[in-house]
Ligand binder design. Sequence first.
Ligand code: ASP
Ligand code: MG
Length: 465
Amino acid sequence: MKFIILLITFVGIHSLKTVLKFGGSSIKDIVRINNVGEIIVNELEKGNKPLLVFSAIDDTTNRLLKAGKESVKNDNFDIHDIKSKHYEIIFHCNDKKLEKKVEQYFNEIENILSGINLIDDFSSKTKDKLVSYGERLSVRIISSYLNKNFGLDCKYFDSWNIGLETIHDNKINNEVFNEDSSKVLELNQNVNYYLNKDKIPIITGYICKNAGGKITTLGRGGSDLTATFIGGVINADQIQVWKDVDGLMTSDPRKVKNVLPVPEVTYEEARELAHFGAKILHPISMQPASKYNIPVLIKNSYNRSHPGTIILKDRKNKNLVTAITSKGNIILIDIISTRMVNQFGFLSKVFKIFEEFETSIDVIASSEISISLTLDKNNLDNKLIEKLNEIACVNVNLSYSIISLISDVSKSTKVIGEIFQKLSENNINVDMISQGASKNNISIIVKSEHENDALNLIHDIFFKN
Ligand code: ASP
Ligand code: MG
């Protein structure tokens, strides 16, 4: 008896709370879901208490959005491909209740699509409602599959049924989770209740509801945020984000030869990377992890033995540069004040206009009478330029790219020196440079035609195989 109690205490001490998030391609079919099953079993064998967050199966979100868009114009939309993907998995569940629910959901999806066709409108509310079926289906199906085929004790939840709620954040114009203490307490209590009973909660990523009960979404790739938020609130020991790549790389392998894996980055660096073009993480998903200081491990579900990337508060490795990203389709705007003296307030007038148009600026350099800044081409509004023209001379330059070095800015003199030397040897002009606004980012602007060459040349300086 004493031995058993001792053993339980021992296991108790070492049992870690882990949140595991699986993206669509990690659960796209039976083979991949079996692989997820093995990952969970492995987690349980270590004595850990896992909680799972799932995206929609494969590219269901894209397919639903496509069906919605097409339904505006024609009434013979086809969701056959979505259905068959789901039914292939359900076939192995032997679960009548599940089959009924899934049938009901597919009927609802078809009704929504007919509704879109009838009223010729695909509003953002309808969009959220339509795509929400992706995650609602995936948690139900995969939970049933894992229980049946792996003997697990999973319990699925729509995020709003376990204590999550979204509010609209005007500053970033995005839905975020409500962090009111009562909501946080509710989530914490619910999750711990099930973990203490040795159940494995499986929660829908990306989708939620607001206080009014309307379905909301967190923006594409938003299940990362669901996972980090829950991980933060329940004070998890680790958040694992399972993807189809080996974690973060020193650059984009489609653009750069000889990229290397990045074993460690800080929350700040990961945030910058997400913002400046590395599409691997949802841009605001690092916030809860960093607020609650929970390590985030990015792993490849297709290559489980690869160590992946760990994201932490501080990293041991003190490389000069951690990674390099690039982003094309950038517009460079020069704004020069027309009056050369007493320029008080010039900067503020310019920024007021950007605020009025809710346009966010990526990189900026300024003097008393002039400002150069960059915008994403998609954010360019001619009315904004007209407004700027009323107070300044404005030059709009198209076809630029930003190259961002995630780097320790305190060593920037060395970094910038090396970049400029290499680029000038190769006749590539740097049109603008920005550093210091963030402690981790040095950005340069070059013409898009030089983007790839510049990226490769810079990568070669800092990362040698
Ligand atoms: N299924 C959603 C998407 O494809 C959310 C996610 O994958 O994180 O964006
Ligand atoms: Mg997805």
